[in-house]
Design a protein around this ligand. Sequence first.
Ligand code: SF4
Length: 433
Amino acid sequence: MSQIKVNVISLGCSKNLIDAECLMRMLKDVGCEVVFEHPADEHFDTVIINTCGFIGDAKEESINTILEWAETKKEGLTDRLLVMGCLSERYRKELPAEIPDVDGWYGKTDWKAIAQDLMHRNPACARYDRVITTPRHHAYLKIAEGCNRFCAFCAIPLITGRFTSRPIEEIVSEVEMLVKRGVKEFNVIAQELTSYGIDIYGERCLGKLIDAIAAVEGVEWIRLHYAYPADFPEDVLDAMARNSNVCKYLDIALQHSSDTVLKNMHRHIDCKTTRELLEKIRAKVPGIHIRTTMMVGFPGETEEDFAELMDFVREQRFERMGAFAYCEEEGTAAEKLEDNVPEGTKSRRLEELMALQETISMEIQESKIGETFKVIIDREEDEFYVGRTEFDSPEVDPEVLVRKDKKLTPGDFYNVKITEALPFELIGEVTGD
Ligand code: SF4
């Protein structure tokens, strides 16, 4: 069979990106020529869109992307259009009638079926072998699929299914393979990390997994994303403290601080316990940078609840924080509640909360002037090299712009002294040799 050229487009989060990378590896394995996110300026035999179905905006972006690529089919630039991912998994019954131009709909992890349908051959590569689309020195590492938490506002468990951990040995083998390919930084991800192990080992063992990854020679940075605050396994903090290659960074979504809102959100934690946990995290891992996410406008959120959230954010001074306005998702527990916070109020609260966080973030950025940090260089631009410290996750956190006083190599680490701070960037210069 002749080789076919496939363009893979991935939308949504880093977990989705890993699915696209696994698919790409399998497609290569069965003989396809594969490109990633190529613009529609040449002919492709097949375009595969890996969709996101997390919230309303993401669904809209997915649908618009499918429609844009459907147009290229009409223009003769694409022969076949396939769709996979969260949106497709969730609405596989409804979507084919809505968008008939799509030639095939697949679920989140139907990589093998796609490879077989395209080339009539079974891929021989391991399930988690994948093409790395991120810069060569860093990769995402997915340690579990699914989520059993069922927060009232979240549709993810309906899309991804039950929480399923990958065995420690399998993850460590993947890390060893990626280190051989040049990866130095591992951004560990899952819908929620903190249940890791409970389904296959009968206990939470994220700490043990961190120790195992940290012990692999060549692993320079490990960064943890998406911890859940209730039942937080504290041995994780010990593992973070004892392994010098674990970044002092934790992405832990808190969503709110009002007990009433937290209860209505089914978060299984109250403000006092959250506060105690944050104290423990900061005491056990001094200097840690905490990234969190908050939600405003959940059904029933009063002005008092919102004021409590503002006070909490003022008090905690999170190094990084994102926020969303509540958006009703079908099939979730919150769908049964009246969406009674007016849209204008949601937007106003979101703006106020983010304005507060901007002030806090800027103060934290400015406090870094004069300090020297280990920085990994991601890329070279016209005026600067662009890198990150251990406190900065790719794509979401501030970057460090390093003056081009000397030649630096992307993927290498340098000590950089910070000379200026901007809201989303630090500027610095390399110190020493
Ligand atoms: S823990 Fe995260 S993924 Fe799971 S239901 Fe809650 S918000 Fe959704």
